[in-house]
Design a protein around this ligand. Structure first.
Ligand code: 6PG
Length: 487
């Protein structure tokens, strides 16, 4: 009576995933390392605590743990992303049998996963790098799971992973095969980038309500709760309502006591770095990452705020009207963010030969994960049409939505700028939108400058388009052209 699956790493996510697996009828082996003075008794505590009386076996010896699992073994690693995964793999290899499957469920960098799939396969094993989203609650009751890597492993792990995944409102599990190599972790990375964007947008909406309308936390919570009944219905809007209403033991609103200096673990930053590598605009997420960094410069901001005191106009705003504009800015900017994120996924798919199915990815994000929302149904539907849109904002449904939202979105950004109130993500999204819908941009000037100072050449608009020219702008430059390569 060997077990069905092994799980390594009993921190928050690992522990809850083990309980979730067991609750779905799987017999589970668990292992945690023992580091004297640092990590001790973790397995015993779990087995005698939350796992007491359950179909879960605990191990502190790695060989015993591996031997307890039925062949081909499925071993899920829930350890900190980075070198810990490589070290664990090296420790596991000697005990594995051909065809055994390692699943990395952490937030690993997709390039590490590319490499690990190749290393594991070269030794006769299979490797899956899987995004797992949903935090503690998702891990326990149903997460969004985005597996990619050795495709031969999918049929083996599919029943297990789909059983612990959240179910979308139509009943489908929020877990499906993503693609080869590190694609599962790439998709999770973009999920997290979008998560950063959504959080920044909600924070801006909150800030405008607080600063321009002077609303109290309960009034703001009511507005978010109302939005949560409509097209913006999502987990992040829902928790925003709860956060606004939450009082601490002393009886005050906790939100108002939290320092405005944000941390980050890196997946948002990776999204932006990889978008840059792919030459793809991902401005909204970049703005969200940079705003976290700027928020963390609290001392500098305090100093600067004394030298440039904010000049509020004395304008009195009409509450229902401004709230409508905030809604428009939030919804339209969110559309821009998802359009940018999915465009990066498409470009990665084309560049790396992953053949990603964007509608399947949108469907996987409908439940369990942090960015779950009903809006992902519309995205899935847009990518399912035969005539796939060249850009999400050009899908007929979203194009009409944006047209309706534009006046409010524009109005809100204008007023915020007049009030010297930062709305970096709302305005970044609006600028991206205006650039996107401009057949002409001033990049002719950039090309001219590049050619002027560095002979980088330019293309012409006329019938000669397609050839590269260099102009002797000053009359005394040489005729040697620089290469025309693009990164
Ligand atoms: C999820 C989350 C999770 C992420 C945290 C922290 O999908 O469950 O994305 O994986 O680690 O949200 O991220 P930051 O510390 O970077 O904000």
């Amino acid at each position: 009576n060997k077990t069905d699956i092994g799980l390594i790493g009993l921190a928050v996510m690992g522990e809850n995933l083990a309980l979730n697996l067991e609750s779905r009828g799987w017999h589970v082996s668990v292992y945690n390392r023992t580091v004297p003075g640092v990590e001790e008794g973790v397995v015993e505590r779990f087995i005698n605590g939350r796992a007491k009386g359950l179909n879960i076996e605990g191990f502190t010896d790695l060989a015993d743990f591996v031997n307890s699992i039925a062949l081909p073994r499925k071993i899920m690693m829930m350890v900190r992303a980075g070198s810990a995964v490589d070290e664990l793999m090296e420790q596991l290899f000697p005990y594995l049998s051909p065809g055994d499957i390692l699943i990395d469920g952490g937030n690993s960098n997709f390039e590490d996963t590319n490499r690990r799939v190749a290393v594991a396969e070269s030794k006769g094993f299979l490797f899956i790098g899987s995004g797992v989203s949903g935090g503690e609650e998702g891990a326990l009751n149903g997460a969004s799971i985005m597996p990619g890597g050795s495709v031969a492993a999918w049929q083996e792990v599919k029943p297990i992973l789909q059983s612990i995944a959240a179910k979308a409102p139509d009943g489908t599990p929020c877990c499906d095969w993503v693609g080869p190599a590190g694609s599962g972790h790439f998709v999770k990375m973009i999920h997290n980038g979008i998560e950063y964007g959504d959080m920044q947008l909600i924070a801006e909406a909150y800030w405008v309500m607080k600063r321009l309308l002077d609303l109290d936390n309960e009034e703001m919570a009511d507005i978010f709760a109302h939005w949560n009944e409509g097209k913006l219905r999502s987990y992040l809007i829902e928790i925003t309502t709860n956060i606004l209403r939450h009082k601490d033991k002393a009886g005050g609103y906790l939100l108002d006591k939290i320092l405005d200096s944000s941390g980050q673990k890196g997946t948002g930053k990776w999204s932006v770095i990889n978008a840059m590598e792919l030459n793809m605009p991902l401005g909204l997420i970049a703005t969200a990452v940079f705003e976290r960094s700027l928020s963390a410069q609290k001392d500098l901001r305090e100093l600067a705020s004394r030298q440039f005191p904010n000049k509020h106009t004395q304008a009195v705003y009409n509450k229902p009207e401004l709230v409508k504009e905030i809604y428009a800015a939030l919804y339209a900017s969110k559309l821009v963010s998802y359009a940018q994120g999915f465009a990066v996924l498409q470009k990665a798919s084309d560049s790396f030969g992953w053949n990603l199915d964007l509608s399947s990815i949108a469907r996987m994000w409908r439940g369990g994960c942090i960015i779950r929302s009903i809006f992902l149904n519309d995205i899935a539907a847009a990518f399912e049409t035969e005539d796939k849109p060249k850009h999400l904002l050009l899908a007929p449904y979203f194009r009409d939505e944006i047209k309706g939202l534009l006046p409010g979105w524009k109005g809100l950004v204008e007023q915020a700028m007049r009030e010297e109130l930062p709305v970096p993500a709302f305005s970044s999204a609006l600028n991206y939108f205006y650039s996107l819908v401009s057949a002409d941009l001033p990049a002719n000037m950039i090309q001219a400058q590049r050619d002027y100072f560095g002979a980088h050449t330019f293309e012409r608009k006329d019938e000669l388009r397609g050839q590269f020219f260099h102009e002797n702008w000053t009359g005394h430059g040489g005729n040697t052209k620089s290469g025309t390569y693009n990164v």
